[in-house]
Design a protein around this ligand. Structure first.
Ligand SMILES: Nc1ncnc2c1ncn2[C@@H]1O[C@H](COP(=O)(O)OP(=O)(O)O)[C@@H](O)[C@H]1O
Ligand SMILES: [Mg+2]
Length: 404
């Protein structure tokens, strides 16, 4: 018996295809694609594909699902991995009576203010926050909470349009830029202090069955604020200790509170200087591509297959045993314009080669990416955390990018 699994994405990008391939390799699955852009590999791996103008549009998605189910019969699952699609996919599932994460849960995982309310109601530590529609409301919040504050879109991604305000003047200037209104409020948060980390789980039947941690070096907002920094995400091999344990307990409670059934989760959290933790946010999707890959590496599992088995069959493929450390450095240089040169690649390769998992070098001539994830990356792994740290430091110190 073949079960229809519908996977939706804007395009079959390099990162998306890892999940598509894993789905296509499952036994007894007839993979049906919904894509904004079609290419040969998408066509080859999917039994059938529907093209949509806008993969984030509920109407377009519904129409595509309706077309595919008329041709092939009802869908067993409707899944995706992109943050901007998660709520719409839940809505489509609801429309077509397909099991999976509910619209309510998907919305709580997506809307940062509602998420924080739900987490706080469950007794979990989160930043104080307010959705503000005007400068007056923003200053009232600042009065109550104090500076510094973080300003961001209520459902943003990738630290886009996210700012820190250290004073009333900075708050006023940032609000002038973001222009909050009743229909487009801005999310204001107390600034959490300490180091930033992530916590990933593979959750089946509502129960997190496997999990993993990472350290952000430093937090994305700090990387955005400091053009000379190159972001590193390190997955230490050792994740024991009171602070990780607090984060794990809070993470599991967060998943229960928001109500996920099957899938991967990606939570960001802060370890405060006093040893306490606070949750930054949590998403009901795999983490970003390199973090996802590293989660598989350190735990010695095929993470894409594990995700596919969880979302399609509701099972955990294999237990996770953490046997490696891994790290990714996102490559960027200072300056503006297009990538003009990349130096030090050969030298870096000599040092990294035995432990190099993947590298994507910036493309000469390509416009600089203004996000904290830069223009390329290097992923390494090593069985010792100390060595992994030294290797990734060597990568960012050796590879040099210029723009013109
Ligand atoms: N309340 C906060 N306290 C400290 N840092 C924050 C806070 N909110 C956001 N940040 C910083 O901004 C980054 C982006 O914010 P986040 O809420 O994770 O949104 P997204 O990742 O969806 O863009 C975080 O990773 C963190 O570095
Ligand atoms: Mg985030």
């Amino acid at each position: 018996m073949q079960r229809n699994v519908i996977f939706a994405a804007a395009a079959g990008t390099y990162d998306v295809m890892r999940f598509v391939r894993a789905l296509s390799r499952l036994e007894g699955v007839r993979l049906l694609g919904v894509f904004g852009r079609l290419d040969d590999e998408v066509r080859a791996l999917c039994h059938d594909v529907a093209r949509v103008d806008d993969a984030t549009s509920l109407d377009d998605l519904s129409e595509a699902v309706s077309l595919l189910t008329r041709k092939h019969g009802r869908a067993h699952r409707i899944v995706g991995i992109n943050e901007v699609l998660m709520v719409q996919l839940a809505q489509v599932r609801e429309r077509f009576g397909v099991p999976g994460t509910s619209v309510r849960a998907a919305t709580l995982f997506r809307e940062k203010a509602a998420m924080k309310d739900a987490l706080r109601a469950a007794g979990l530590p989160v930043a104080r926050h307010a959705l503000v529609a005007s400068e007056r409301e923003a200053f009232a919040f600042a009065e109550a909470v104090g500076f510094p504050l973080v300003l961001k879109p209520p459902a943003g991604v990738g630290a886009k349009s996210t700012y820190r305000a250290r004073s009333g003047d900075e708050l006023r200037a940032t609000l002038a830029l973001m222009r909050p209104s009743a229909s487009r409020p801005v999310l204001l948060e107390e600034m959490l202090r300490g180091t930033e980390h992530s916590f990933e789980t593979l959750t089946v039947g509502g129960v997190p069955r496997a999990f993993s941690f990472s350290n952000y070096l430093p937090g994305p907002l700090e990387v955005v604020e400091n053009p000379w920094m190159q972001w590193v995400c390190l997955l230490p091999r050792e994740t024991k200790g009171a602070v990780f344990e607090r984060a794990r307990v809070a993470g599991l409670a967060a998943i229960r509170a928001l109500g996920l059934d099957d899938g991967m989760t990606h939570m960001e959290w802060f370890a405060r200087p006093d040893g306490s933790i606070a949750i930054g946010e949590i998403a009901q999707r795999p983490p970003g591509p390199q973090l996802c890959q590293m989660t598989g590496l350190v735990n010695d599992v095929d993470i894409y297959r594990a995700w596919a088995r969880a979302v399609v069959e509701g099972v955990l493929d294999a237990p996770w045993h953490r046997t490696f450390a891994a790290a990714t450095a996102w490559l960027r240089g200072v300056g503006q314009g297009r990538v003009a040169s990349i130096r030090g690649v050969r030298e870096a390769y000599q040092v990294l080669a035995p432990h190099l998992v993947e590298a994507r070098l910036p493309t000469i001539g390509k416009q600089k990416n203004d996000g904290y994830e830069g223009d390329g990356y290097v992923v390494i792994n090593h069985h010792r955390t100390e060595e992994a740290t030294a290797l990734i430091r060597a990568a960012i110190e050796t590879i040099r990018i210029t723009y013109a």
